[in-house]
Design a binder for this molecule. Structure first.
Ligand code: ADP
Ligand code: MG
Length: 283
């Protein structure tokens, strides 16, 4: 009997180990970053350890300057860590890859192309045949509710529509991981609310892994399965919250507001600590 139990648990452990690379989308191991210039040294990130499961929606929350973008850029392979390693989809990150796409506050779309051709752009680079390209682009244009705007140029779109076009363009090349750096920071509150609903619905339809950076507590609680709180100088993780509120979530829901208040305490403690350090340095 005892033998049987041992064998079973060994089997399940092996299965778990074999599956590990597919279950974990991103693994950040002891990643730190120090920027050195002739004038100063900035410890942008104190060593960070973090794992994100495949299909998980994780929000990085923190005040400006706490290393959120630095960490996202390192995961994207656009910035090199001073120390530590990042693994994405079971491979060590050595540079950018089509499995991880970064979206910014300012949608980086090509102004000389219309929406359709912007969305097709990455596919064209990958050598996807024209018919297939059109078909895929159409699917994602519909998914982000831009149907009817295929022939519009970027300057003809509102800020929210531009972000939707950028999301469609990113999704078209079928990355496993979407890295979003304050993508709705420049939008008005109403547009942002609508895009929250859309991103959540896109996420639930495509089951991508999403790492979403924000300094907005309610945005983080509205979107994340998990919220990771950062503090600055040096940039580091000071808290982690699992959000198991039912979806779709409403920003006014009292459970969401309560959770946001709880997280805000941790966020404020990180900021106060920093101010006290500064005061200590001044006196
Ligand atoms: P966040 O995205 O949380 O606002 P960042 O990751 O952009 O923060 O920056 C973290 C810290 O690193 C800040 O103090 C910032 O000034 C510094 N920093 C970021 N990029 C550079 C760089 N290229 N050179 C020097 N310092 C930088
Ligand atoms: Mg930033």
């Amino acid at each position: 009997m005892g033998q049987q139990i041992e064998t079973d648990s060994q089997v399940s452990l092996e299965a778990a180990q074999n599956n590990q690379s597919t279950l974990i989308a991103v693994s950040v191991r002891g990643v730190s970053k120090t920027f050195v210039s002739s004038r100063k040294i900035v410890e942008a990130l104190h060593p960070v350890d973090l794992e994100v499961a495949t299909g998980e929606f994780v929000c990085f929350l923190g005040p400006s300057g706490c290393g959120k973008s630095t960490l996202l850029n390192i995961i994207a392979g656009l910035e090199e860590a001073s120390d530590g390693t990042v693994w994405a989809n079971g491979k060590e990150v050595k540079g950018p890859g089509t499995d991880r796409i970064l979206l910014f506050q300012e949608a980086a779309l090509f102004p000389w192309l219309d929406v359709q051709h912007n969305v097709e752009f990455g596919l064209q680079q990958m050598g996807t045949p024209k018919r297939k390209r059109k078909e895929i682009a159409q699917r994602f244009i519909e998914l982000v509710h831009l149907k009817g705007f295929e022939r519009s140029y970027i300057h003809e779109l509102s800020g929210g529509m531009r972000q939707r076009a950028a999301i469609a363009r990113a999704l078209a090349i079928d990355p496993q991981i979407l890295l979003m750096d304050e993508p709705f920071g420049a939008l008005d509150a109403l547009t942002r609310d609508r895009l929250h609903i859309e991103v959540e619905s896109i996420w639930s339809q495509t089951r991508k892994t999403i790492l979403f950076v924000t300094h907005n507590v309610r945005e983080a609680v509205a979107l994340g399965d998990r919220v990771i709180v950062f503090a600055s100088r040096p940039g580091r993780i000071v808290g982690e919250f699992k959000i198991d509120l039912p979806r779709p979530r409403n920003l006014e829901d009292h459970n969401l507001v309560d959770k946001a208040a709880e997280i805000l305490q941790v966020l404020k403690a990180g900021i106060l600590e920093r101010e006290e350090d500064l005061r200590g340095a001044i006196h």
